[in-house]
Design a protein around this ligand. Structure first.
Ligand code: TXA
Ligand code: MG
Length: 339
């Protein structure tokens, strides 16, 4: 089977919705990254999603909705603080994990008693879910372990021959996956940082904490709040070293330790770029938004260009850069040098 890329016309979105209703799997754009969707109440369709991605069954999926009513149907209880959050951030790049109702199958949640829910703002995603007329569960549409796809072409590269169709919604506006928080009993925990920051959310829910897995490597045996934290993630084949230091030390280090075939990715020191002797220097972006937008594209470029080694300047562990830090420590398989 050759995977086809479709323009997101109303007709083609209907075609995709019909495929999904028949229990097939379709890739579609969201504002964060592309998703690989199956209808939420068909276990064999959900099995296909895991199989196509090569995703461990123990890693649960996010359920995508286009109508708030579904939030109440998919969960047991929606507390006041959740309503405050979704009032502000939905539709958008925030996923909330809440105690699940009986209509959510164990396949989606990997037998956990909670379910992750997101209402994307992307209009194509919304129209697709509307036309299926039921929620769509979707992980990012990459092969498990690889960087998430931000274009239809990225999806095609990973999944050609494995799915029938990709809806092409141009490049994802944000470029990193949604912020994930879990709200249960009286605890609120940030499990995955994203464009919506910890600081913003804490302003609305003061008891919000950051799970230690967000910025630390997790021991294989430890029980984690979010199964996704355990797995190898976001990683190109390139061997990545993340360097936590000031600009000067970073430049000295790469000048001493890199060769002309390596990629050097800088985040902050665009003015000093000429001081790096290496010829393959990439500047991730000026603003945090630009850095998020470019992150996976740069990681995917490394594989396309067969780059063996890359040295990347570590982002800050706060604000929007926390999302970059969280992805890059995993892309680097926790190969971090502090100078
Ligand atoms: O922006 C996004 O969230 C994208 C787009 C397609 O919506 N989706 C996405 O899905 O990134 P995925 O499957 O790649 O990441 C979902 C993360 C995983 O780390 C998973 O372990 C976690 O959410 N997750 C899902 N359900 C959970 C649950 N019930 N409890 C804890 N973690 C959960
Ligand atoms: Mg993913």
């Amino acid at each position: 089977m050759e995977t086809k890329i479709y323009k997101p016309t109303s007709e083609n979105i209907k075609l995709a919705a019909d495929e999904i209703k028949r229990g097939q799997v379709v890739a579609f754009p969201t504002e964060t990254v592309y998703g690989l969707g199956a209808v939420f109440d068909n276990d064999s369709a959900i099995d296909k999603v895991f199989k196509i991605k090569g995703r461990p069954q123990s890693n649960p999926l996010i359920v995508h909705i286009s109508n708030i009513d579904w939030l109440y149907k998919l969960t047991k209880e929606v507390k006041k603080e959740v309503e405050i959050l979704i009032d502000k951030y939905w539709p958008g790049a925030l996923t909330v994990i809440l105690p699940k109702s009986d209509i959510v199958s164990d396949k989606i949640t990997a037998s956990l008693d909670s379910v992750a829910i997101r209402f994307p703002s992307n209009k194509i995603a919304q129209e697709l879910i509307d036309k299926v007329n039921k929620p769509i569960c979707a992980p990012s549409a990459n092969l498990s372990g690889k960087p998430s796809p931000t274009t239809a072409y990225d999806v095609y590269n990973d999944l050609n021959g494995k799915i029938e169709m990709i809806l092409d919604g141009k490049r994802s506006e944000i470029g990193v996956e949604s912020t994930v928080i879990k709200i249960e009993n009286n605890k609120s925990i940030l499990l995955r940082p994203g464009d919506i920051t910890y600081e913003e959310l804490k302003d609305k829910i003061p008891n919000l904490t950051i799970d230690s897995g967000v910025i630390n490597e997790i021991d294989k045996k430890t029980k984690v709040e979010s199964p996704g934290m355990k797995f190898k993630h976001y990683a190109p084949k390139t061997n990545i070293t993340l360097i936590e230091s000031d600009n000067k030390k970073f430049m000295d280090y790469v000048n001493k330790n890199s060769n002309q075939d390596d990629y050097i990715v800088i985040l902050n020191n665009e003015k000093d770029i000429d001081m790096i002797k290496n010829k393959r220097v990439i500047h991730l972006g000026l603003s945090c938004e630009e850095k998020e937008y470019n992150l996976y594209n740069v990681l995917r470029e490394m594989d396309k260009n067969n780059i063996k080694r890359a040295f990347i300047q570590a982002p800050k562990k706060e604000g929007k850069e926390l999302a970059l830090y969280n992805r890059l420590i995993r892309a680097a398989s926790f190969n971090i040098i502090k100078l």
